[in-house]
Design a protein around this ligand. Structure first.
Ligand code: SAM
Length: 267
């Protein structure tokens, strides 16, 4: 097979994924920056831009790991709220400042891996983020939340690791309120001619070596490159979302398709 993919049986996959993230949790954030040259930050910001966070919204961030999406979402919602207060004051209204540590919006970070959540929770504490965050250990394929609970659902660089994508999509739709919106940020297929060869070289040669040196885990980063190639391309992902019952499905390529954001609505 292409680049000698190992065939991983589905029952093995969950265990493998857990081991991978257990072993890299402590160095996960550093590795993200190194591997992507910091570009993952731009991709995550692009996701937040498209989401257009509003004060009062409830977000479920699945495979939320160390909290990158959650923190950005809360910061942006907080910014929107501050701008609104300023506009009202300019219009002559009296507007009170929010109480310290009050939540502008609510984010539930759900991840299958307790080690990743631990790193996320301590990052939140270090940054003085006390309000609006919940950390829940759970599987994307069987979410521990009631139907119609959230306004927004995000999964960033997570769906690729899930054993049954269709089950995760069905669960996403179930926990969203009608009118709620689903977003997936994931590695996808390069659409720029010429970029694909360089990208293959990077993922199968440079990446595993980086993983070996920095995270002392070559296998984990080999798994990463392989899982990216196995993930459904842009158009197939659109179909799967439609099959799961999402409407108005759209996507935006980032960095020539290295990553991609898919969006759909629970109508
Ligand atoms: N969203 C974060 C980010 O963008 O930085 C973390 C992404 S990290 C590459 C993938 C995460 O997915 C890991 O924290 C892993 O534990 C989690 N994960 C893997 N399989 C999962 C599943 N079935 N359900 C929930 N989380 C899962």
């Amino acid at each position: 097979t292409h680049f000698g993919f190992r065939t991983v049986r589905t029952e093995e996959k969950q265990t493998l994924v857990r081991e991978v993230f257990d072993s890299v949790a402590a160095r996960y954030d550093l590795m993200n920056d190194l591997m992507s040259g910091g570009v993952h930050r731009l991709w995550k910001n692009a996701l937040i831009d498209w989401m257009n966070p509003q004060p009062g919204q409830a977000l479920l961030d699945v495979a939320g790991g160390t909290g990158d999406i959650a923190f950005r979402f809360l910061d942006r919602a907080g910014h929107v709220a501050a701008v609104r207060r300023a506009e009202k004051r300019e219009a002559g209204e009296t507007v009170a400042e929010p109480a310290p540590n009050s939540a502008v919006a609510g984010v539930t970070v759900c991840d299958i891996n307790a080690e990743m959540l631990k790193v996320g929770r301590s990052r939140a504490t270090d940054q003085g983020r006390l309000a609006g965050l919940e950390w829940v250990c759970g599987n994307a394929e069987s979410l521990p939340f009631p139907d119609r609970s959230f306004d927004l659902y995000t999964i960033a660089f997570g769906l690729r690791n899930v054993t049954h994508i269709d089950r995760a999509l069905a669960e996403a739709r179930r926990v969203l309120k009608p009118g709620g919106r689903f977003f997936c940020l994931e590695f996808s297929r390069v659409v720029v001619p010429g970029l694909d060869a360089a990208y293959d070289l990077y993922s199968f040669k440079v990446l595993p070596t980086l993983g070996q040196v920095v995270a002392r885990n070559r296998e984990a980063y080999q798994y990463l490159a392989e899982s990216i190639r196995r993930f459904p391309p842009q158009d197939r992902m659109v179909e799967m979302m439609k099959e799961a019952g999402f409407g108005q499905v759209r996507y935006r390529n980032l960095s020539g398709g290295i990553s991609c954001i898919h969006s759909g609505w629970r109508l």
